[in-house]
Design a binder for this molecule. Structure first.
Ligand code: FES
Ligand SMILES: [Fe+2]
Length: 374
């Protein structure tokens, strides 16, 4: 997608791209799933996507199907999609609403939407059986800035601790109160790491994104997070009062109480391991990444606006949506070509330039995360 900049502070002379097997090997994919996606907080999207009691979505994390459901008490909870009787998957539709309970399609064990078992046919004939001993297996869920995060690990580090370097960093963007205008799902034939690497540099912008390059010079801006799991910085919007839209103008009211310098900046942050956060003056776009194999990634992109923008006459979120949908597709296409080339016998790691310093930093963080720091 987009990115950077004057990142010479993190540029390490001589760092090369990762060897090909990191992108193609089922063994590396399995390690990533275990060491990263099963152990880290993974962004599942906006908490408000599951808004009414009984509403749910299914997410797949490290091969596990997880039910995220809004309780009658208003709390968001998540459970493994696994029956406590004989293990059957409880729920198939990717999203929907449970009427009152969650019922297993096999022998009709029935659970409340907060996970308690309340019905188990003929189990009263089993000595010592107590329904209270068989709640659904919980998955940890916490929210940050209006986003919900899941963690499979049984005793996870609190999200506030993991996100300590980010706490308060985006307050001015009013993230918890923003409302979603659109969501688009993409299916990309490329390894998930290529999406991060693409997002982390704008060296490709003049070549791949002529419309974007007109609105924001690819050499503009600076990074403020350049090592570790959170990386990024800003680029400058050329036109006063402009934004990254088809028209080049802002298409919503400012998302929050932004200081003057933020009125013509776009901030791009990658948040390990599956969130990309792009903060514009008039909207926030985010991507969540869902690896589905070494060569395939599901990507969900969503556009958030100030709630008052929706009441304004002529409000047209499509101005932003169409701009990024086009830009996204350009990025996904080049990531697919990149993946195809990396899978070749001829591929060898190539040298990063100073303008790809954030992509290189992301690789280092990835290697740390799978216990292979160089
Ligand atoms: S496996 Fe779910 S009720 Fe039997
Ligand atoms: Fe791009």
């Amino acid at each position: 997608m987009t990115g950077f900049l004057e990142a010479t502070e993190v540029y390490r002379e001589g760092q090369r791209t990762l060897p090909g097997h990191y992108y193609t090997s089922p063994e590396i994919y399995a390690v990533e799933q275990e060491r990263i996606f099963a152990e880290r907080w993974v962004c599942q999207g906006r908490a408000a996507e599951v808004s009414n009691p009984g509403d749910y979505v299914l997410r797949t994390i490290a091969g596990e199907s997880v039910i995220v459901v809004r309780g009658r008490d208003g709390a968001l909870r998540s459970f493994y999609n696994v029956c406590r009787h004989r293990g059957t998957r409880l729920c198939e539709d990717p999203r929907g609403r449970f009427s009152e309970t969650i019922q297993c399609p096999y022998h009709a064990w029935t659970y409340t939407i907060d996970g308690q078992l309340i019905g188990a046919p003929h189990m009263d004939e089993v000595a010592g059986f107590e329904k209270r001993d068989y709640p659904l297996h919980p998955v940890a869920l916490e929210t940050w800035e209006g986003f919900a995060f899941l963690k499979l690990l049984r005793e996870p580090e609190p999200l506030s601790q993991t996100f300590a370097p980010l706490v308060g960093r985006f307050s001015r963007f009013n993230l918890p109160n923003l409302r979603s205008a659109r969501r688009i799902d993409y299916d990309v034939r490329a390894n998930w790491k290529l999406i991060f690497q693409n997002y982390s540099e704008c060296l490709h912008c003049p070549v791949i994104h002529p419309t974007l390059a007109r609105l924001t010079p690819y050499t503009s801006g600076a990074n403020d997070l350049f090592d570790g799991p959170y990386l990024g910085g800003y680029m400058v919007i050329r036109q006063e009062g402009g934004s990254l839209t088809m028209s080049g103008r802002a298409c919503g009211r400012p998302v929050g109480a932004l200081p003057p310098e933020d009125r013509n900046r776009v901030y791009f942050y990658s948040i390990f391991p599956n969130l990309l956060l792009s903060l514009h003056p008039d909207y926030v776009m985010f991507h969540t990444l869902w690896p589905e194999g070494p060569g395939r990634t599901g990507i969900t992109c969503e556009w958030l606006f100030h709630p008052d923008s929706f009441d304004e006459p002529g409000f047209d979120p499509d101005d932003a949506v169409r701009f990024w949908d086009e830009t996204n597709r350009q990025d996904w296409h080049i990531c697919e070509l990149s993946h195809a080339g990396i899978a070749s016998r001829a591929y060898q790691p190539g040298p990063y330039s100073p303008r790809e310093a954030i992509s290189a930093a992301w690789d280092r963080e990835f290697l740390r995360a799978i216990g292979q720091a160089r």
